[in-house]
Design a protein around this ligand. Structure first.
Ligand code: ATP
Length: 371
């Protein structure tokens, strides 16, 4: 039984639909990401889970209870915002103690914690975010990274039933972001918490989340583990959004629904054998256009001299551009009009204008619906 369930949740502002029939089921102990470009409805979805925004239609269940109309302060959820949202006039201790004093965990007056318990819990939370002895510091004298840690301490101090993050690391510089990211993940694991994490940053979502919902224009387009959505994007939009991808326009050639089917690329006229599922092939008549996707790092490359014979899914190409970026190098290739981007580790194998042999292995190519 999932811990949190969203059932066909929608929300409009004026005439525009920010969230459109979103359904999701989040398991206990899961780190769940909402990933998508700016304006796709991630924050609005999170705010509805938090109780800061009411859905127009649909329902939200938590631990078998319908919480759709339950006020935020009675949900017992911890929330961490991008801008920290600390109280500038309070010191670190009082900021972290805020939720405890307000009885956020249960929303009940009778369950308020005693001053001694508050001291204990705040001290423990500050230790967990590695800010012990910061109790009396005014928050406006802290660095951005320290302020974000205080915000995280405040969210975990109430021992939240669910932890919600809205782009919490976006304001930190790259090095600090990566460090805080791995600390955050181990903290959530250690405390056995369930988290929903909003981000537009694919790398961050991949590093943190057990599963990710990829959103576009208010809708969830695909839910899956990072590797799954990276390797098997549901459509061209997901494929493009999740890192670089070669999207090749093609037509299906053979009519038999074999697991490996032949396609002809529209640019370049190359014949490619592609692994596809029975369901995918049932939806794609012969000669209907489709998209084939292959990741730049999945393309194999060798110098033209070492070509054996006409191997399957091999083509000749020439190098148009070489872009060195440290650990990896990007080659831009032209294979008889078909442009390909290839990511390699060994910089020295080719030079610009040189001919090479490109192999697109059939099991590394994904068949995507045209739309
Ligand atoms: P970002 O990463 O930029 O925050 P997002 O994916 O979180 O984007 P939302 O903030 O959920 O997206 O916004 C979704 C859509 O709803 C956007 O078009 C936004 O302008 C609109 N929107 C969100 N909140 C409001 C509001 N309070 N009033 C009017 N429109 C809103």
């Amino acid at each position: 039984m999932p811990l949190l369930t969203l059932q066909s949740v929608s929300k409009s502002f004026g005439r525009s639909k920010a969230v459109d029939e979103v359904s999701a089921a989040i398991e206990r102990g899961e780190f769940f990401g909402l990933l998508g470009p700016s304006g796709c409805g991630k924050t609005t979805t999170l705010r509805m889970i938090a109780g800061l925004e009411a859905p127009d239609t649909g329902s939200i269940h938590f631990d078998n209870l319908d919480i759709t109309n339950l006020p935020a302060e009675r949900r017992g959820f911890g929330m961490v915002f991008q801008n920290y949202a600390l109280f500038p006039h309070l010191n670190v201790f009082e900021n972290v103690a805020f939720g405890l004093r307000a009885g956020v965990r249960t929303g009940s007056d009778s369950d308020r914690v005693t001053p001694a318990e508050i001291k204990d819990k705040v001290g423990h939370a500050l230790e967990l975010v590695q800010l012990p002895d910061f109790d009396n510091r005014p928050v406006d004298e802290l660095s951005g990274g320290q302020q974000q840690r205080v915000a995280i301490a405040r969210a975990i101090a109430i021992e939240p039933a669910l932890l919600l993050f809205d782009e919490p690391l976006s304001n930190l510089d790259v090095a600090l972001r990566e460090e805080t990211r791995s600390e955050l993940r181990s903290l959530v694991n250690r405390l056995n918490l369930t988290a929903v994490y909003v981000t537009h940053d694919q790398e961050e979502a991949f590093a943190l989340c057990d599963r990710i919902a990829v959103m576009h224009q208010g809708r969830i387009m695909q839910v899956g583990a990072p590797r799954e959505i990276y390797d098997q994007p549901a459509n061209a939009r997901v494929a493009k959004f999740l890192g670089r991808n070669n999207l090749i326009r093609a037509m299906r050639l053979t009519s038999t629904n074999d697991p490996v089917t032949r396609f002809r690329t529209i640019e370049g006229g190359h014949t490619l054998r592609v692994s596809a599922t029975h369901d995918q092939l049932m939806q794609l008549p012969v000669n209907k256009p489709c998209l084939l996707a292959i990741r730049p790092e999945a393309i194999e490359i060798s110098t033209a001299q070492v070509r054996d014979s006409n191997e399957e899914n091999e083509m000749l190409a020439h190098v148009e551009q070489i872009e060195f970026s440290g650990a990896t190098t990007t080659l831009r290739l032209d294979a008889n009009g078909l442009k390909l981007e290839v990511l390699i580790l060994d910089t020295n194998i080719l030079t610009v204008y040189e001919e090479c042999v490109v192999t697109l292995k059939s099991d590394r190519i994904r068949l995507l619906p045209e739309k």
